[in-house]
Design a protein around this ligand. Sequence first.
Ligand code: MN3
Length: 239
Amino acid sequence: MNKRDFLKTTGALALGALVLPRKALSVSSTHGEAYTLPSLGYAFNALEPTIDAQTMEIHYSKHHQAYVTNLNKALADVGTEYHGLSIERLCSMVSPDQLALRNNAGGHYNHSMFWKWIAPGGAREPMESTSELIQLSFGGFEAFRKIFTDTAKNRFGSGWAWVIRQENNKLAVVSTPNQDNPLMASVVDAVGVPILGIDVWEHAYYLNYQNKRTDYIDAFFGIINWTAVEDSLRKATRG
Ligand code: MN3
């Protein structure tokens, strides 16, 4: 079995056992109501100097808002089975050819999670369960950091690098193009629940870092809110 087939197989297994909530706090839509931009919860300058206030403001109030607006528009063109779902559930249902739904549901979910994973405060290093799984899955934090950094650095063009929790209770580092994410079972090779992700679209870092994506990834490690990561892992494990 080659790596791709292996990932497909484990992905399929993971999908079968994934329990995706119909509703999730602050990222959800209820019965036909439009999706809304979640509160950022902190000031645009709160992550300086790692992420400058102007980048945060444009990223949140322009880019993320546009995904929300266009997601609500895209929902008008698909069947009612896609209406009123949690954003997680919606992501899990999109098919590759539903481009508007796929791009904008992904954009909404990905950014909603990203703001939490970089929120100021919280633990400054991996907490109990996260730390244990990093050890088990990668052999140690430095090995994990190298894999994550290389994966994010090598994503060609725009996209994301993720840490996902797989059904075998191990973590894996994967990357997706554009606004795809590992919940999109019909779209991606490696399915799992994201517990951490980094946006490597140029809009996430270009004002501060220009073409130096690796510097941005290095700096990102200094603003990860590991309490939020632990929380994502707990939610992913609860299923
Ligand atoms: Mn972005």
